[in-house]
Ligand binder design. Structure first.
Ligand code: BGC
Length: 531
């Protein structure tokens, strides 16, 4: 059954000392999977513009000043090579649920690295179009698996007091991956042989190797091990994560919590995908839809418009060095994720999502209004636009970027967790693809195009307003609660009343095993004192 008691109880390592740096570092390491994600999505736009790549995979055309290679990529082929990754990621994300349940979270991540490497090998060695496309699909499939499995692994292994920050580390790694792709593409783009694109593609073996080897060293999640009946292994895993001896009462207590929750889960019975959409006392429908929609809204903030099309867009708006703009936006994205990692535990998820979306909304409307008012030659006006775009990215990076993943990792109950999570991540990839696909038609000026240009920011501004409204009505405050307490929160409050109810939950030491009269429930106050 998906999800699991490791995702419940007081939270793995909740009773361990806050100085448990080694345990936290182990779970934080898994975030490295984000580098594969960010790099792979970030690299293709630069690669398909390289001369040698076009000579190898493009079609011949007249040599012109704007096209010195004499080769070009037709629009359908351009669309195919970019979007086939999204197709792979979409199916990979869905496949993440059975993978996590059948072979385990950790082994699933290791297996994903192998699938990813197959895709990279095919692309690196490709000398014809079909091989390259198949390689893109497999690499995407690996990334899709990873994007479901990593936040699941991290949420199931993290202590509750730092779970948000640990899962945000995954987003930080994504941003670093995107930045690395931009830098490495730029370093090889002028080479006039296959190394121009083979270097940036094959370097991904290094990222996969690091994750692969690191995950061999990390433990499987204790919950999955208990589910498999491997209690001794679960104890060893927990002892490594908490850095406490196996026979320590804290370790034994948590194991009992996990086993008790598993028992309860088994009483509920195996859940199907249909169960993810049932109207139940603990608001399963709302939770599944919230996961699916928060990932959709994250994409609808328009962030990938900047990362996928920013360079071309700024070039058309008269900016002299669009490459520098793309480096600047990437650097803001990386560094502004750090305050987000801190803020998610300091201010909570709900507030940051609302304020972040409000700032993005204002910036995007301003970009649209200034953009339609000033001329392309107005350099200071164009600089103001770039500054606003950077503020917008800073707001995304410190709120919606990480928190969408944090929420997806923590709001699902035991019995539907892997399934609902994989549906949510698949929604991220579906919208990622849809926006990437539709944007050129919206922005470009040409037959059949909407020709919106900078006015497209009116759309992104409005979708950010949608993000504010969605969060206000659908996302409860879950900061500092164990995943099991989040279940109680959903059962007894609405997103609007959740802020107050969460405080009461913590103040009154409410714990699921107290409520259900059994198990080895640990007193919340005790836990807080120990952690
Ligand atoms: C999003 C990606 C986006 C990235 C930017 C991620 O959370 O899912 O689509 O490119 O953030 O940092």
């Amino acid at each position: 059954m998906p999800g699991g008691p490791a995702a419940s109880g007081p939270g793995i390592g909740a009773a361990a000392p806050k100085t448990n740096i080694v345990g936290i570092a182990m779970v934080a390491f898994a975030a490295f999977g984000g580098v594969l994600y960010g790099y792979d999505t970030g690299t293709i736009s630069g690669i398909i513009a390289m001369d040698d790549w076009l000579r190898t995979f493009g079609q011949p055309t007249a040599v012109t000043a704007t096209n010195p290679s004499g080769f070009f990529l037709s629009t359908p082929n351009q669309s195919l090579v970019v979007s086939i990754l999204s197709a792979g990621t979409f199916f990979g994300a869905l496949f993440g649920a059975p993978t996590a349940d059948i072979i385990g979270r950790r082994t699933g991540i290791i297996a994903s690295c192998s699938v990813f490497c197959l895709g990279i090998a095919l692309q690196t060695g490709a000398s014809n179009w079909a091989t390259f496309i198949v390689g893109r699909f497999f690499a995407g499939f690996g990334v899709g698996l990873i994007s479901t499995l990593i936040p699941m692994y991290q949420s199931e292994c993290s202590p509750k007091w730092i779970r948000g920050a640990v899962v945000s580390g995954y987003q930080w790694a994504i941003t670093i991956g995107i930045l690395l792709a931009a830098v490495i593409n730029n370093a090889t783009k002028d080479r006039q042989n296959h190394s121009a694109w083979r270097i940036p593609i094959s370097i991904q073996f290094v990222w996969a190797f690091i994750l692969f080897v690191g995950m061999f060293w990390l433990p499987e999640t204790p919950r999955w091990l208990i589910k498999q009946g491997r209690r001794d292994d679960a104890a060893r895993s927990l002892s490594r994560l908490t850095q406490l001896p196996i026979d320590d009462p804290e370790v034994q207590l948590e194991l009992e919590d996990i086993a008790a929750a598993l028992k309860e889960e088994e009483e509920i019975g195996e859940s199907s995908y249909l169960d993810c959409f049932k109207f139940t006392h603990n608001k399963i429908f709302l939770r599944t839809m919230s996961g699916i929609l928060i990932q959709a809204w994250q994409q609808l903030t328009g962030i990938n418009f900047i990362f996928y099309y920013g360079t071309t867009f700024f070039q058309n708006s008269g900016i002299k060095n669009p490459f520098l703009v793309s480096v600047a936006t990437n650097i803001v994205n990386v560094f502004m994720t750090l305050p987000g990692m801190w803020g998610v535990e300091r201010f909570g998820r709900r507030y940051l999502l609302i304020y972040g979306a409000a700032v993005m909304c204002i910036c995007e409307y301003l970009v649209a209004i200034i953009g339609v008012t000033i001329s392309v030659e107005n350099q200071s006006g164009q600089k103001a636009l770039i500054a606003l775009v950077c503020i917008y990215i800073a707001a995304f990076a410190s709120t919606w970027g990480p928190i969408a993943w944090v929420i997806t990792g923590e709001i699902f109950p035991l019995n539907i967790r892997a399934k609902a999570m994989s549906l949510s991540v698949a929604s991220n990839w579906l919208w990622n693809w849809a926006i990437a696909f539709a944007t050129p038609y919206l922005v470009n000026v040409g037959p059949g195009d909407a020709g919106l240009g900078v006015k497209v920011f009116f759309i992104w501004g409005s979708t950010c307003l949608g993000c504010v409204i969605f969060t206000y009505f659908c996302i409860p405050e879950t900061k500092g609660l164990s995943l099991e307490q989040i279940d109680i929160l959903y059962e007894n409050s609405t997103p609007l009343t959740s802020v107050k109810y969460r405080r009461e939950l913590i103040a009154q030491n409410v714990h699921v095993s107290n409520l259900k009269g059994g198990g080895a429930g640990e007193d919340e106050k005790d836990v807080n004192e120990k952690v």
